[in-house]
Design a protein around this ligand. Structure first.
Ligand code: BGC
Length: 759
């Protein structure tokens, strides 16, 4: 039944069930529920039963063997909150379960056009009772607190009563895996139940985290269209409603409305929970479903992208964009975690993944949501300023490598705090947003402060050496090389950060003296400091190797031995799970794109030959052990003219989770890679770049495709690109004057216009 909108998987094998819990998560950026079965699996099956609220966290102490100065003492961790998924259907003592009896028909799928996850089952119980059941779930995109489950039940060959047992359960724990650093290793039991309401009309469990004292209320109401009686049972951690349906109903429609309210967003979580549940349960499931579809119609009209000629990849692409929408935080308290709200990998933390891999999609297709992500970074600026002081810097902001509320959560500084490039990445994303939207008001209000504060750090950690500005003891994106001097990526991003700090300062001085005064009063930025920014960026040292004619990844990288790839068995990848970090650090081996990524982000710092030579060099020694790698290699393969390679890497990104190519989708989907899929098309195959005064495109349609089309907004205009086998068409609609460079020709466009070029 699969197509671009429907992704199905009916496997009942244990390992597939676990993976599909992530793939079939329903989330809305506020809450996310894994695709567990309401009626549960057999007891001996592994499961990660999970419900998460974006940015709802616990403070967990970090235990160090040898703790040094300014190591973070605690980390924040996403919490597996109260479980509202449990529903059992019982006929004469027999419980519905696809693991017993006979399955006559079974379809399990997510409909990404409608925003629902569905199971349709025709089942005969061991004693011969036949049922048709359709279970539909949604995390409402309109009402963010709501996770709703609807059952349509048909009794096929019997008249007896049906009992529906629907529970909510506060006895929950986080998932841990002590052998995988990408998953939490400690702190499973986080939440304790504070109060329980068990009434026929409404059930509620209020729980609190031990250290952070964050409170979550989970409020449930039921609606059943058939004659029924309800009784309620409770324990000290759970409540169960027992709904007995009369014999006369053949068709039963039952809805469970689950409302999550939390103390980070709601004033009085209990009261708010009752109120919201009361209000939302008066809306029929059908009407909620229609609203969901309306929301998605809008999303798909903005995230307008189609591949003609390759259904599997088209499906992968659409699925990935859908997951980004599901994962993205829709308030300024939250961002987008490395795994969305689909699992506990990386403990619900936000990384540079957002700025470099995910924001490009939102900036160009859904600027309103992009704004929220940028505002989040502004909101944690105070935490970043504190961290800078803690790190011994006199001023500026040092954004945490991984965090939820702004504090550094990485306990392994060589691949955490040392990744200062996150400052440059955040600054870059503000500039890109500005270049794409022209929204200078946003820069005045939020961006300038972030860019000045991030820029300051480079002066703190860099220094002049024989007239060149150098940055020592940092780690670049490639986490298989740590604590180096002059990582090309970091230096080039720092240069951009400093340059734009100077530009915005000058622009404010000319256009808006008042804002500049307010900012100067607030953060003490001065002309003299800005002059220092200028000196640093104009003299920034960017390592280059004359012999190889490439940008060196850092000062010592090219003098190390090359990793022995030939004698590394396949099962030893990812290397991080099989070698001590020091072993890895001694060699030329990359976890992910580093210099190659820098050549994409800031392409004007290197000439084409350097970019191509560097690509050839680094591609051979990159393991792509990080899911962030392939997209960057695909984009740059397109740039240097390796069409087949670009396509190969694109395939890796498009179906990474659907095909579980990294083997860890069970811990959650890979959101950065998902943004990377879109980038590999738009920046790769179409060659889009957002320059200071214009946008450029250099389309190269993969041979195997018949057509590729996508839309995006640029300075308020909607631009639609159609890449066909024989020609490219660009249609621009809107009022702004825009300058577009197509291949080598510049076009000035006002109003609605179509440009067509033959290939
Ligand atoms: C990558 C990082 C990334 C993190 C979260 C790591 O494996 O090396 O670059 O930020 O995963 O996705």
């Amino acid at each position: 039944m699969d197509n671009e909108w429907i992704i199905s998987d009916n496997s009942l094998e244990e390992k597939d069930l676990l993976k599909n819990e992530s793939l079939f998560n329903v989330s809305n950026g506020y809450l996310g529920v894994r695709g567990n079965f309401e009626e549960k699996y057999p007891e001996n099956y592994k499961t990660i039963r999970g419900t998460y609220i974006n940015a709802f966290y616990e403070d967990a102490p970090i235990q160090y063997g040898e703790k040094a100065y300014a190591f973070p003492e605690t980390m924040q961790k996403i919490v597996n909150v109260t479980d509202s998924q449990d529903i059992d259907i019982i006929i004469n003592g027999e419980k519905f379960s696809v693991f017993q009896g006979t399955i006559k028909d079974f379809n399990r799928y997510v409909d990404i056009k409608k925003g629902c996850y569905i199971r349709e089952i025709q089942w005969v119980s061991p004693l011969g009772k036949e049922l048709k059941i359709k279970i539909t779930r949604m995390a409402s995109l309109k009402y963010l607190e709501l996770f709703v489950i609807n059952y349509e039940i048909e009794k096929v060959n019997f008249d007896e009563d049906i009992i529906i047992e629907s529970s909510i359960n506060g006895d929950v724990a986080n998932f841990t895996d002590e052998n995988d650093p990408r998953v939490g290793t400690d702190h499973a039991k986080i939440l304790s139940v504070k109060s329980i309401t068990a009434e026929k009309e409404v059930m509620q469990i209020v729980s609190e985290t031990e250290n952070s004292k964050n409170i979550v209320a989970m409020t449930t109401k039921h609606k059943c269209d058939a004659e029924h009686e309800v009784t309620v049972e409770k324990t000290d951690k759970s409540v169960k409603a027992i709904i007995k349906i009369g014999t006369e109903s053949r068709l039963i429609n039952f809805t469970k409305y689950n409302v999550y309210t939390d103390s980070r967003r709601h004033e009085n979580v209990e009261k708010c929970g009752f109120e919201i549940a009361g209000k939302l349960s008066s809306i029929s499931f059908e009407s909620l479903r229609e609203k969901q579809e309306e929301y998605l119609n809008k999303f798909w009209s903005l995230a307008d992208i189609d591949i003609v000629g390759d259904e599997k990849l088209h499906q992968g692409l659409k699925y990935n964009l859908y997951q980004l929408l599901q994962a993205v935080g829709k308030d300024e308290k939250s961002n987008i975690t490395a795994k969305g709200l689909s699992g506990e990998g990386y403990e619900g933390h936000y990384f540079w993944d957002t700025e470099i891999y995910i924001l490009p999609f939102f900036t160009l297709c859904y600027p309103e949501l992009a704004k929220g992500l940028l505002r989040y970074r502004y909101n944690i600026l105070d935490g970043a300023r504190e961290r800078a002081l803690e790190m011994g810097h006199k001023k500026g902001a040092a954004y945490p490598w991984r965090t939820i509320i702004g504090k550094e959560c990485s306990s392994y500084f060589p691949a955490g705090t040392a990744q200062y490039h996150i400052n440059g990445d955040i600054a870059y994303s503000y500039v890109q947003y500005y270049l794409a939207t022209g929204d200078f008001d946003f820069i005045k209000e939020f961006g300038a402060e972030v860019i000045f504060e991030t820029a300051r750090i480079w002066l703190e950690i860099g220094h002049f050496d024989k007239g060149l500005f150098k940055i020592d003891a940092v780690t670049g994106p490639d986490e298989y090389t740590a604590i180096v001097n002059n990582n090309y990526y970091t230096n080039v991003m720092a240069k951009y950060n400093l340059k734009w700090a100077v530009k915005f300062y000058n622009e404010l001085r000319c256009k808006d003296q008042k804002t500049l005064e307010i900012l100067s009063d607030k953060i003490g930025i001065t002309e003299e400091e800005v002059k220092n920014f200028e000196d640093a960026y104009t003299n920034m040292y960017l390592p280059y190797n004359e012999e190889l004619k490439i940008n060196a990844q850092d000062d010592t990288f090219l003098s190390k031995a090359v990793w022995d790839f030939e004698n590394t068995p396949k099962e030893n990848y990812p290397l991080l799970l099989n070698y001590h970090p020091l072993t890895i650090y001694r060699y030329q081996v990359l976890k992910q794109a580093d210099t190659v990524l820098a050549h994409f982000l800031i392409e004007d710092e290197a000439d084409f030959n350097t970019i191509k030579n560097s690509y050839d060099y680094y591609e051979k020694i990159t393991t792509h052990d990080s899911s962030l790698s392939c997209a960057a290699y695909s984009i740059m393969a397109s740039k240097v003219g390796y069409q087949n390679l670009a396509y190969k890497y694109f395939i890796e990104t498009a179906r990474l989770d659907l095909d579980d190519t990294h083997g860890n989708t069970k811990d959650g989907i890979h959101t950065a890679n998902m943004g990377g899929t879109w980038m590999a098309i738009v920046y790769g195959f179409a060659g889009l770049r957002i320059k200071e005064d214009y946008i450029s495109l250099s389309p190269k349609l993969p041979e195997i495709w018949n057509e590729l089309s996508f839309g995006f907004s640029y300075k308020g205009n909607h631009i639609k690109v159609y890449m066909k086998k024989d020609k490219t068409e660009i249609i621009s609609e809107g009022k702004s004057l825009i300058v577009l460079k197509l291949n080598k020709t510049l076009y000035e466009i006002t109003g609605s216009k179509k440009i067509e070029i033959l290939n």
